[in-house]
Design a protein around this ligand. Structure first.
Ligand code: ADP
Ligand code: MG
Length: 735
C-alpha cells in the first residue's frame, strides 16, 4: 500500500518536473538521463551524475530545487560560473542568489537577509563560503533539502582541477541530516568517479552515467602542413560563428592572434601572460558575442558556459585525450552541430615529448602513455568516436559514428591498392628509413625542394614514381600502412620503418586493401536540420544583442541560438506559438515575447510572408474539408478556361496570395497553369525575372526562401510565387 503511494507521489512529481521544464525553461522534452536523475533526487536520495559537458546537468538539480519546499544549495568552484547560472535563473524568473567573496559587504548582507527570510530557492555558494561558521549557522536554521556539488571532480586528486576544500564539504553531512547530497561532473574516468562517491559516501545504485558520445560534434583530424592556411580555410567556412582556437604556447597564441587580427577577423587572445584585466575583458567579449573568435592556451575554458560555441580548432596537439575531449566539449553545448578540427603535426609530438622528458619516474611514464593514446587516436583510420569513448571505458556498439572525417569519407569500401603501398614502402627503404611521411611523399611526387636535393633523393629510382596521385592521397596511404602495422613510426621524429608485414607486401607475398579516395563527403551542413530564414535570424540576433547589452547579460541568457533559429523558421506571431518555441518559457515570454513578435510580424509584412496555419501548434492540424479541397480545382479550371484574374478574385473574395496558393495546388495535382494573367503583379524587370527562373532551375522550386536569399531583395515573395508558376508552366511545356 505504502509502495503504491510513493509511486503515485513520484508520478505526480515527474509531471510537475515536466511542467516546469516547459513552463519555466521552455523546453519540450528531457535529454537522456535527465528524467531519471530528477526522479532520484525527488525521492530524496543522494545522487552522483556523470554527464558530458553540455549534457544538461544543471537542470537535473534546478528543477527539483524548484519543487522542494526548502532551499537547494549549489556549490560551484568559480565565481564566473555562479554569476552565469544565477543570471540565467533570474532571467527565467527563479529566485536565486549567490554568496561568495566577490560581493560587496552591502550586497552580501542583503543576500543573507533574503536567505534568512526563505525567499531563495536556489543558493549558489563557493565552497569556502559554505564552510564558514556563520554560513553554516545561517543555513542550519533553514529547511535545506539538497546540497548539490557541481564540478564535483574538484573533490578528487585524480581530477584535473583538484580543490582540497571540496573534500571538506562531506563533513557537512551530519549537520544537515534532512538534506540529500548530489554530485555532478563531466569527468568520465572511473577513478575520479569512485573518489567522489567514496568521499561523499554515495551508493553505487544512485550513480547515473550518461553516454559520452557527443553526436553533434563533427570530429576532424588533418595532418598539419600549413597551419595558418588550414585555419583560414576552416574559418572561411565558419563566418560570423563563435569559436575557440587552442594553441600550445603563449607565443603561439600571440602570433596567431596577430595574423587573424590583421586579416580583419573579430578575435582576441587569452593566456596567462596577459593581465587579469585583459584576460577578463577578452573572455567577457567572447561570451557576450562582441567578438567571434578567441585564440587561447588551455588556460581558457573552465567557467565558460557559452552554449553557442560553433567550432574548436586545435592549432597544436592537445596534451592527452582527456584534455582534448574536454576542450572540444566546449563546442555545441546547445546541442546544435559544431565542428572540431585537430591539426596534427609530428613537430608537436616532439615538443610535447620534450616537456615530458623533463618529468621523472611514474609521472613521465603516464604522460608518455597518454600522448601515445592521443597519437593513436589521431592516426586511426576507423571512426573517431570509438577511440575516444573506449578511452573512457564506454562500450560503443555502433559500427559507424557517422559524424567524423573517417566515417564521412567517400568510397568507404576497401579496394586492392597493393601497388601504391609497394611504391611508398620501397621509397621508405631507399631513403634509409630515416624520414617521415612528408618527405617520402615529396620524393614520390618528384619534388625539387631543398631537402630532397640536399639528400640527393632526386637520384633515387623511386623519385617521381607517385605522380599519379596528389599529396593527400599518399599521406592517407602512409596513415593506412601505419594503422595496419605495415609500417612503424618513431614517436619522436615521425620517421617510418618497415615492419615484417610490410616486407611481405614489398615482396608481393601479401596484398593490401585500402582506400585511395580522401575527399570527405561531409559538406558543411547547416548547423541544424531546420531550414530557416537567415535574414530574419540576423535581425533577431541583433535585437537579442541590444537587449543583452542593455541588461549587462550575455545574449544566450536572453534566448539561445536555437530559439532564434526556430523563430526564423516558423515565424511565430501569437502568444501560443511563441510559448511553443524552444527556450521560451513564461517569464521570458512576458519579458521579451511582445518585442520579438513585433520584429517577426514587421518582417513578414515587409516581405509578404504569410503563415497559413500556426506551424508550431502542438494541436493536430485541422483536416482539410472536402469543399476546400475542391476550391483549387474550381479556381484553376476558371483561369485555364479564360476567366480573368480579377474576376476570379472578386468572385471568391480571396486575397491574391491565396489565389496563387490555389493555383500552385492545381498545378501540382491537376494540370499546368498559364500564369500570364498574373504578370501585371510583377514589378521587377525582365532581366530579374529571367534570373529568378534560372535560380529555380538551380535551387529547385520546392522552397522559395533559397531563391529569395540569392536574389538579395530584388524580388518580393509575391513575385516569386508568380514566377514559380511561370517556371512550372514552362517546364511542363518542355516535357
Ligand atoms: P552541463 O552543465 O552538463 O555542461 P548545462 O546544464 O549547462 O550542461 O546545459 C547545456 C545547455 O543545454 C544549456 O543551454 C541548457 O539550457 C540546455 N538544456 C539542458 N537541458 C535541456 C533540455 N532538456 N532541452 C533543451 N535544452 C536543454
Ligand atoms: Mg555545468
Amino acid at each position: 500500500m505504502l509502495r503504491i503511494q510513493i509511486k503515485l507521489l513520484n508520478l505526480d512529481m515527474i509531471k510537475k518536473a515536466e511542467g516546469i521544464l516547459k513552463k519555466i525553461f521552455g523546453y519540450n522534452s528531457f535529454r537522456p538521463l535527465q528524467k531519471e536523475v530528477i526522479q532520484n533526487i525527488l525521492s530524496k536520495k543522494d545522487t552522483l551524475v556523470i554527464m558530458p559537458t553540455g549534457g544538461g546537468k544543471s537542470l537535473t538539480y534546478q528543477i527539483p530545487g524548484l519543487i522542494f519546499d526548502g532551499i537547494t544549495i549549489v556549490v560551484s568552484p568559480l565565481i564566473s560560473l555562479m554569476k552565469d547560472q544565477v543570471e540565467q535563473l533570474k532571467e527565467l524568473g527563479v529566485n536565486s542568489l549567490f554568496l561568495n567573496s566577490s560581493l560587496s559587504k552591502l550586497d552580501y548582507e542583503y543576500n543573507v537577509e533574503q536567505i534568512r527570510k526563505s525567499e531563495v530557492q536556489l543558493l549558489y555558494v563557493a565552497p569556502e563560503t559554505l564552510l564558514l561558521e556563520r554560513t553554516i549557522e545561517l543555513l542550519e536554521k533553514l529547511n535545506v533539502d539538497c546540497i548539490t556539488i557541481d564540478e564535483a571532480h574538484c573533490i578528487s586528486e585524480w581530477g584535473h582541477d583538484f580543490r582540497p576544500v571540496y573534500r571538506e564539504i562531506a563533513s557537512l553531512k551530519p549537520k544537515f541530516p534532512k538534506a540529500i547530497f548530489v554530485a555532478l561532473t563531466a569527468t568520465a574516468t572511473p577513478q575520479v568517479q569512485n573518489d567522489i562517491a567514496n568521499n561523499l559516501q554515495l551508493k553505487t545504485s544512485n550513480r547515473f552515467i550518461a553516454s559520452f558520445n557527443r553526436d553533434n560534434l563533427f570530429l576532424q583530424v588533418v595532418e598539419k602542413t600549413f597551419p595558418l592556411k588550414q585555419t583560414l580555410n576552416f574559418l572561411d567556412k565558419h563566418k560570423n560563428q563563435s569559436g575557440i582556437i587552442y594553441c600550445f604556447s603563449r607565443n603561439q597564441v600571440d602570433e596567431l592572434y596577430e595574423e587573424l587580427n590583421e586579416r580583419g577577423f573579430s578575435v582576441k587572445p587569452y593566456h596567462a601572460g596577459l593581465s587579469d584585466k585583459d584576460r577578463m575583458q577578452n573572455q567577457e567579449k567572447f561570451i557576450k558575442d562582441d567578438i567571434s573568435i578567441i585564440v587561447a592556451t588551455v588556460a581558457f575554458g573552465m567557467g565558460i558556459n557559452k552554449p553557442n560555441v560553433r567550432f574548436v580548432i586545435h592549432y597544436d596537439l592537445p596534451k592527452n585525450i582527456e584534455s582534448y575531449y574536454q576542450e572540444i566539449g566546449r563546442a555545441g553545448r546547445d546541442g546544435l552541430q559544431a565542428d572540431c578540427l585537430l591539426l596534427f603535426g609530428y613537430g608537436d609530438i616532439r615538443k610535447i615529448n620534450y616537456f615530458i622528458d623533463q618529468k621523472e619516474g611514474r609521472e613521465k611514464l603516464v604522460a608518455k602513455q597518454h600522448l601515445d593514446k592521443l597519437v593513436r587516436y589521431a592516426e586511426t583510420y576507423s571512426f573517431r568516436t570509438n577511440p575516444l569513448l573506449t578511452y573512457f571505458g564506454e562500450d560503443y556498439s555502433e559500427e559507424n559514428c557517422g559524424i567524423c572525417d573517417n566515417c564521412t569519407r567517400e568510397n568507404k569500401d576497401l579496394v586492392d591498392i597493393t601497388i601504391e603501398p609497394q611504391k611508398f614502402m620501397s621509397c621508405v627503404k631507399r631513403t634509409g628509413e630515416f624520414f617521415g611521411a612528408m618527405h617520402i611523399v615529396d620524393v614520390l611526387l618528384g619534388s625539387k625542394n631543398q631537402k630532397v636535393l640536399d639528400k640527393r633523393h632526386d637520384e633515387l629510382s623511386t623519385y617521381g614514381i607517385g605522380k599519379e596521385h596528389p599529396r593527400d592521397v599518399w599521406l592517407s596511404i602512409s596513415q593506412q600502412l601505419i594503422v595496419r602495422n605495415y609500417l612503424s613510426k618513431d614517436l619522436d621524429y615521425g620517421s617510418l620503418k618497415i615492419k615484417e608485414a610490410g616486407y611481405a607486401v614489398l615482396k608481393g607475398e601479401e596484398k593490401v586493401s585500402g582506400k585511395l579516395e580522401v575527399k570527405t563527403k561531409f559538406e558543411k551542413k547547416s548547423i541544424t536540420s531546420v531550414n530557416y530564414d537567415k535574414k530574419l535570424f540576423g535581425i533577431l540576433r541583433t535585437a537579442r544583442k541590444n537587449i543583452a547589452d542593455k541588461n549587462g547579460l550575455p545574449p544566450y541568457a536572453i534566448f539561445p541560438d536555437k530559439t532564434l533559429i526556430e523563430m526564423a523558421a516558423f515565424y511565430p506571431q501569437s502568444e501560443k506559438d511563441m510559448l511553443n518555441t524552444h527556450g521560451v518559457g513564461e517569464a521570458k515570454f512576458n519579458k521579451y515575447g511582445a518585442k520579438f513578435i513585433l520584429f517577426i510580424s514587421n518582417y513578414c509584412k515587409k516581405f509578404n510572408i504569410q503563415i497559413a496555419s500556426p506551424v508550431l501548434s502542438t494541436k493536430p492540424k485541422e483536416k482539410v474539408v472536402g469543399a476546400k479541397k475542391l476550391r483549387h480545382e474550381i479556381i484553376g479550371n476558371d483561369l485555364n478556361s479564360g476567366k480573368s484574374v480579377d474576376e476570379i478574385i472578386k468572385e471568391y473574395s480571396i486575397k491574391i496570395d491565396t489565389f496563387i496558393e490555389h493555383l500552385l495546388k492545381y498545378n501540382n495535382s491537376v494540370a499546368p497553369i498559364n500564369p500570364e494573367g498574373l504578370f501585371k503583379y510583377l514589378n521587377c524587370n525582365k532581366q530579374t525575372q529571367q534570373e529568378v527562373l534560372k535560380q529555380f532551375e538551380k535551387l529547385g522550386d520546392e522552397f522559395l526562401r533559397p531563391v529569395f536569399e540569392v536574389m538579395d531583395d530584388k524580388v518580393t515573395y509575391l513575385e516569386l510565387k508568380i514566377l514559380r508558376l511561370s517556371y512550372l508552366y514552362q517546364k511542363s511545356k518542355v516535357i
